[in-house]
Design a protein around this ligand. Structure first.
Ligand code: GDP
Length: 328
């Protein structure tokens, strides 16, 4: 019998790559999809990977416990991956309550559905390096104190601790992956890497002249989503649930990441980059750098794709999409 995986957030970047990975392992993949008037377009990432016909999409919402109970009862999953969230930091100041409802309380809803209907399943919570915020140690690992700096990060912190709490309170196999930023051609265009690569492609093809950015001195530890979904799966294959940092151990400024993209298409960054004060955030996370030695040791995981290779892959894929007038 094929193993069954249930993914919330299946239409996002990580949901799409995780689905592809699990299908390649012979899993039957089910995804929770929010009812909306955009039906037909929200599975574009699954279509881009050519797998939209191979996953089962079920109507539900992380805010609606009854829908999650019904889905878990129907599917009887072996593994549940909670990837759904309001995941864009900048929006979290504009929609702080929605962010709390989905990104924080939504985790309790899916944990309750699992506890009541499938307590033997294994659970993965998508935690975030943003929880470290105002960093308390130069390299962040599983024991580094958290200091969230946005409504998003505050909500993710709740999600992390409720996962730990359900593990300790009810003995659930619930693990939390503290993933540092991870990108790909399927990253949303609002995030800085994809904003850069899609705009560089448009500049190269003569559709625009400028790239507007905020704080380009910020530093991030950027990995590739394809590498990171493998770590999620590995966590659920362990006998015991636990928490793991997943990171590359290399940090780079937004400015240097941007230069890789411009250099790749032979353009001079200085001629196109404009700093826009409106894009600075009310509170900034200046630098993140992850220490993933626990995941490397216990899971045998390591990243395979470096930042240069990833940014070049993203620019190339955006050149194709801009050529096709396909922007997402
Ligand atoms: P985050 O780490 O989850 O917030 O991922 P983002 O990709 O949204 O942002 C990464 C960093 O890039 C943050 O420090 C932002 O302040 C910085 N940044 C600078 N300019 C921009 C911009 O125009 N858009 C975004 N999204 N981030 C920017």
């Amino acid at each position: 019998m094929a193993k069954k995986a249930l993914i919330t957030g299946i239409t996002g970047q990580d949901g799409a790559y995780l689905s592809q990975f699990l299908l390649s392992k012979g899993y039957e993949v089910f995804g929770v999809i929010r009812r909306s008037s955009h039906r037909g377009v929200e599975d574009h990432r699954l279509r881009w990977l050519g797998i939209s016909g191979e996953v089962h999409l079920l109507d539900g919402d992380l805010g609606d416990l009854s829908s999650l109970l019904r889905i878990v009862q129907e599917v009887r999953p072996d593994e549940i991956y909670n990837l759904a969230a309001q995941s864009f930091v900048a929006s979290s100041w504009r929609q702080p309550l929605l962010t709390g409802q989905v990104t924080a309380l939504g985790v309790t809803n899916i944990l309750e559905a699992m506890r009541l209907e499938a307590p033997g399943a294994r659970f993965y919570q998508a935690s975030s390096s943003e929880m470290y915020g105002l960093i308390q140690q130069p390299m962040q690992n599983e024991s580094t104190p958290f200091y969230p700096r946005s409504p998003y990060a505050v909500a993710k912190l709740y999600g992390h601790w409720i996962t730990v709490n359900y593990r300790e309170s009810f003995g659930l196999h619930a693990s939390s992956g503290i993933l540092f930023n991870h990108e790909s051609p399927l990253r949303g265009v609002e995030f800085v890497t994809r904003k850069v690569t899609s705009t560089v492609a448009r500049i190269k093809l003569g559709r625009t002249d400028v790239l507007r950015l905020g704080n380009i001195d910020a530093k991030r530890d950027w990995g590739h989503a394809r590498d990171y979904v493998r770590a999620m799966w590995l966590m659920l294959q362990q006998d015991k649930p636990d928490d793991y940092v997943v990171a590359t151990g290399v940090t780079t400024t937004v400015r240097d990441m941007c230069r890789i993209a411009f250099d790749h298409v032979g353009l001079d960054m200085e001629k196109h980059l404009v700093i826009d004060p409106a894009l600075f955030r009310p509170a900034e996370v200046e630098v993140l750098l992850g220490d993933s030695s626990k995941a490397r040791r216990a899971l045998g995981w390591q990243p395979e794709i470096d930042l240069d290779t990833m940014i070049r892959e993203m620019v190339d894929s955006d050149l194709v999409r801009v050529g096709q007038e396909y922007y997402e």
